[in-house]
Design a protein around this ligand. Structure first.
Ligand code: NAP
Length: 336
């Protein structure tokens, strides 16, 4: 394979008798999971799940060792698939990357054609990774909410973990789609930034006092929740008739203590959002929208941070401490 060097750099995670550890290694293509499309990786991006996987704080890997990185964008250098030709730009997110097969923190990667997505018109590879799984999940949330009847005239949508990657893109995306957005954040110093992205109200996480009745005053028509735990439980009691809660994350906890009353008395729907397992047809459709009518207007500003493979570990600790602000992209080889 003329275009692929025999050795290249990758950030690989091990979990064996020597312990849980991760770092940069020299690998060859045959060290990687198989796939009929080989790409030269240009950009990746950092997600909360990448931080859990790289540090071992969450059991993400289902086999080891694996190259980390649930998001990847690059250029095809070799393909046995009629669907992708050398020179074409592609991306992949979730779909088992860094879970059951090697992920995007590598200079070269093999992908099965049936998880690859053509780079949408309207996005550079850097922008695609600025969206990454976070942006894709915001889009999947809105898609599922609207499929279940959510409309802007029903009232405001609240976004939790609003300053993080998924949260900030959700604020921007929902606002552009015509919704009034309220943002819940732990960072009062970012109220102005969230308002700039479109949030009409910003609420400090520390000022929330959920009542404990099964149904409290209905404050919002729907929700994109990245926090889980007590936050999600409180939200179930405060969403209005027929509203949708897109349940995405667990940055604040994985438990859920609530009652059936919001569901059976207000018709509230709790929608499970699984970006990893999204079917490929829906995945390609949503990526196409993200490059076009759903492209977040402030995407280039939401990309707050750019790092090399070597710099990633310093970011992981901040993510797990709740310090993320917007998105961090990983520059593997500049090729946009
Ligand atoms: N279901 C899916 O398919 C899917 C896809 C992508 C992400 N997720 C999940 O969504 C969540 C956010 O992901 P992300 O990549 O956007 O992460 P991120 O960029 O690191 O943002 C996380 C944000 O969560 C907020 N947060 C609230 N309580 C927290 C706590 N106790 N610890 C840490 N953060 C806390 C913080 O924002 P504020 O300070 O503004 O509150 C933080 O900036 C994660 O749980 C992730 O696993 C799920």
């Amino acid at each position: 394979m003329a275009d692929v060097p025999t050795r290249f750099r990758a950030f690989r995670i091990h979990d064996d008798s020597a312990g849980y550890r991760a770092g940069i290694e020299d690998l060859g293509l045959d060290d990687l999971a198989p796939g009929n499309v080989t790409i030269r990786v240009a950009w990746s991006g950092l997600n909360y799940k990448d931080a859990l996987a790289a540090t071992g704080k969450g059991r993400i890997l289902r086999r080891a060792p694996l190259v980390g990185g649930i998001d990847v964008a690059g250029t095809v250098v070799e393909s046995d698939s009629d669907d992708f030709l050398p020179g074409e730009r592609v991306l992949a997110n979730g779909s088992g990357l860094a879970e059951t097969r090697d992920g995007g923190f590598t200079e070269y990667l093999r992908l099965p054609a049936d998880i690859a997505v053509p780079l949408p018109t309207g996005l550079t590879m850097r922008q695609a990774m600025g969206l990454g799984t976070a942006g894709f999940t915001a889009a999947l949330s809105l898609y599922r909410m609207e499929a279940n009847g959510q409309r802007p005239d029903m009232g405001p949508i609240v976004v939790t973990g609003a300053s993080g990657g998924l949260g900030s893109i959700a604020v921007d995306l929902l606002t552009a789609a015509g919704y009034e957005v309220h943002a819940i954040t732990g960072k009062v110093e970012q109220f102005d930034w969230l308002a700039h992205l479109g949030a009409r109200q910003c609420i400090s996480r520390n000022d929330l006092h959920w009542g404990q009745k099964p149904l409290e005053r209905a404050a919002w028509a729907g929700c994109i929740d990245t926090v889980g735990g007590d936050m999600l439980a409180g939200l179930t009691r405060a969403i209005d008739l027929w509203g949708n809660i897109a349940c995405c994350g667990m940055a604040g906890g994985s438990g859920l203590r609530t009652t059936v009353f919001p569901l059976i008395l207000r018709g509230v729907s709790l929608l499970g959002i699984s970006s990893t397992n999204c079917p490929i047809d829906t995945r390609r459709k949503l990526w196409d929208r993200l490059g076009n009518e759903w492209k977040p207007p402030h995407l280039d500003e939401i990309i707050r941070n750019e790092v090399d493979l070597e710099d990633m570990p310093a970011v992981f600790g901040k993510m797990l401490a709740g310090e993320s602000l917007g998105r961090t992209v990983v520059r593997v080889a500049e090729a946009d």
